[in-house]
Design a protein around this ligand. Sequence first.
Ligand SMILES: C[S@@+](CC[C@H](N)C(=O)[O-])C[C@H]1O[C@@H](n2cnc3c(N)ncnc32)[C@H](O)[C@@H]1O
Length: 314
Amino acid sequence: MYSGPFETIEDFMARALHDPVRGYYARNIRSIGARGDFTTAPQLSEAPARAIAAWVARALRETKTRHVIEIGPGLGTLTAQVIQNLPFTTSFRTRFHLVESSPVLAEHQKSLFGKKVAHHMSILDALQSCSGEAVIFSNELVDAFPARVFRKNQRVWRELALDSLMKEVLLPPTELPPSSIFRIPFEENQTVEVHDAYRLWLESWLPQWTRGEMLTIDYGDIAERLYHRRPQGSLRAYLLHQHLHGAAVFENRGHQDITADVNFTDLVTWSQPWLSSSPSQSFADFIHAFSKSSDSHFVEAAAHFRVLIQKSAR
Ligand SMILES: C[S@@+](CC[C@H](N)C(=O)[O-])C[C@H]1O[C@@H](n2cnc3c(N)ncnc32)[C@H](O)[C@@H]1O
């Protein structure tokens, strides 16, 4: 781990997003939603929730589990819609668990759902309360993790950091995190992101998950397509529905969302010791398969989203 005079972009993102007092997710719950900085899928249409509810009902039936865990529910819009769209016979015998790391958002979720659902600060707590057996889903969770950023410089990948004036600096080459992205023959100066903190987080709890299926929804793509025509990478910020790139990403610490596209090839590889995965698919195909919806307005908006379905392999 780097410990020099500069701040890695990953450390900058970790503080900007998750500092318990000044972080973006601690500050202002209005930041997500129509009047906030960005909109997530459930604010645009109920089609995703209908499809997710159908998937949850099937996964509960097939894995013979009675617990559902949602990680990172945010304002709880998707949670409410999924619960509403579950068949009565399923919701009747199912216990819903929410895992939320932001204390402000956790309070908001408690005020919305009260004791109808169980609230947890960590996935390990949630798994413990259901003896490791649960169907799990998340929407736009992976991209809320800080990312390590690398640039190809004289044929060598070097990590990016920030100096005291918030200008980018290249760190000396070191060991790279295990990512499929480094196997792709990019041109000089290509910038890429790796959600290595998500990998470490997965490794901290997957061994405790003994039965169930998991659905991961986020924007991104498989490694081969992720940076097509994007030499500058995908790191960006959102402030009042504006997309910010370059130096503007590092301004207004804690007041704007910072994010990067998710590499679905990495999600599959990282969880291979514990999970079996179906090939990731487009969100539109998932919605069509599980809800037969033809909400064309939403399907267009969801074009950059992908879905990964995985099963605990024990
Ligand atoms: C972009 S929001 C997505 C909100 C919601 N899923 C939706 O679709 O509207 C990301 C959410 O993940 C939460 N989060 C980030 N890291 C987390 C972690 N390690 N454990 C639990 N929640 C986390 C954030 O606090 C926030 O609620």
